[in-house]
Design a binder for this molecule. Structure first.
Ligand code: SF4
Ligand code: SF4
Length: 436
């Protein structure tokens, strides 16, 4: 039985901070000497990969590591592949890190420009690593046709303004990208989700426009999809099951620019939030080590300062400033070591603050007891773990400083891993039965 909250009646609200009226264009970071691409290629068998250490690449060249459609990166520098190594990502994701060391003059690859037609084949082959990380995988499954594309002009996390900047200053590229998306996918129903104060003034953009609420976490993809569809998404359904595909505004602007320029854009717009909470925009090539951005913008780190990728609610810490900018790196937040809020081993005091904040109405005060004990299946069964939107509000308000959000992410990862192991075991059993 799924249990819902009995606590609280009014949910406290945290408002998104709009982009300042006097925001300046992103400060462009210099071309790095080394760029590292994180390719979602979990096989990790470096010896069998298609690209090899020592290969020379041009800027914009596709670097394939395996035959699987998404197992590639796009070179953001001209140079030599100086290393190809396994790279463990957050929550058990596996990547292969491909580092390019710049050598000689920059040269542009022409494979994309020679096939520069907005078709699904071209999009799948070349566009998956554009800034904003557009994904076309959902359009390749005839069993689950997509009828609606949602483009988010909302920044998912608080303080971030990368999407708002794109929506405000790259509207022509977004319009072109929407036209390209229609040609690529055949989907005519495109909806742009935006903050309420940005609802007007788009003109004819080829999409209908929907305003989200100004309160966090309205910009999270799941809540945007719910609002557009006008119905709650069942816990066991993904966007694809509902016939929906989701893109960020930056991804759509990048698609528009790619076909207009006949060249793949490789510069990511990032919101930088400094230790005082001041926000600015930076543009850096995908693969640039974050340390390079800090150095160029004269940002000094002290020992134990915390670097967070993403915003204050859902971002995650990284342990090296050498971590590279990725197509979905929307924000970098720097926290002074004095301001780092440490977790504790205090027990839950049943105050109910987390439950009052939870937009999914989960009874977190009870859920957390199961998560702390590693009882993930029981937590999912009894306390609606799957309904969690991963907004981080529960951790933010917890007076006992319990890392609830981290527990939830770990639990979801473990449940996914167990489900995959189960499927693999079933497949092996079927194969063995067939062989007999
Ligand atoms: S992270 Fe999940 S459980 Fe926590 S408040 Fe958000 S939706 Fe609720
Ligand atoms: S906010 Fe923390 S202490 Fe309060 S009920 Fe939730 S988990 Fe327990």
């Amino acid at each position: 039985m799924i249990k819902r909250s009995f606590f609280g009646f009014t949910t406290p609200r945290i408002q998104y901070l709009p982009i300042p009226g006097n925001v300046t264009a992103p400060a462009v970071s210099k071309q790095p000497e080394n760029a590292t691409l994180l390719v979602p290629c979990p096989a990790g068998d470096v010896d069998n990969q298609l690209a090899k250490k020592g290969d020379r690449v041009k800027t914009g060249q596709k670097i394939s590591l395996a035959a699987a459609p998404g197992a590639y990166g796009i070179a953001s520098l001209s140079g030599t592949l100086s290393s190809i190594d396994r790279f463990p990502g957050e929550a058990g994701q596996e990547y292969t890190a491909v580092t390019i060391t710049a050598t000689g003059e920059e040269a542009l690859d022409d494979a994309f420009s020679s096939k520069c037609e907005p078709t699904l084949e071209t999009a799948t082959a070349f566009l998956g690593c554009l800034p904003g990380a557009p994904s076309f995988e959902a359009f390749t499954d005839p069993e689950k046709p997509i009828h609606t594309i949602i483009v988010s002009g909302m920044d998912a996390d608080l303080l971030v303004m990368s999407a708002q900047y794109t929506l405000s200053f790259r509207l022509e590229e977004i319009k072109a990208g929407i036209a390209n998306l229609k040609a690529i996918t055949g989907v005519e129903n495109i909806v742009l989700a935006t903050a309420p104060d940005a609802l007007h003034g788009f003109g004819e953009i080829g999409a209908s426009v929907v305003a989200m609420e100004a309160a966090y976490p309205a910009g999270l993809p799941r809540l945007i999809v719910q609002k557009v569809l006008g119905e709650e998404i069942p816990n066991d359904k993904g966007f694809q099951d509902l016939g929906v595909s989701f893109f960020t505004a930056e991804a759509v602007a990048s698609i528009g620019r790619a076909f207009a320029d006949k060249q793949l854009p490789l510069e990511k717009i990032i919101t930088f939030i400094d230790k005082e909470g001041n926000r600015s925009l930076v543009s850096a090539r995908i693969g640039t080590p974050i340390a390079d951005i800090f150095k160029q913008h004269d940002i000094r780190l002290k020992e134990k300062d915390r670097i967070i990728l993403g915003g204050p609610m859902t971002g995650h810490s990284i342990f090296s400033a050498q971590y590279p900018v990725q197509p979905n790196t929307d924000a970098i937040l720097l926290q002074d070591r004095e301001d780092v809020s440490l977790t504790s081993d205090y027990p839950c005091i049943n105050c109910g603050d987390c439950v009052r904040m939870c937009p999914a109405r989960i009874q977190i005060n009870l859920l957390v007891r199961f998560l702390e004990a590693g009882l993930y299946e029981e937590a999912a069964e009894a306390y609606d773990l799957d309904a969690c939107l991963e907004c981080g509000l529960c951790s933010y308000v917890c007076v006992s400083k319990i890392p609830i959000f981290q527990y939830i992410k770990l639990a979801k990862h473990e449940l996914e891993r167990m489900a995959m192991e189960e499927v693999a075991a079933e497949e092996t059993a079927i194969e063995e039965t067939t062989d007999e």
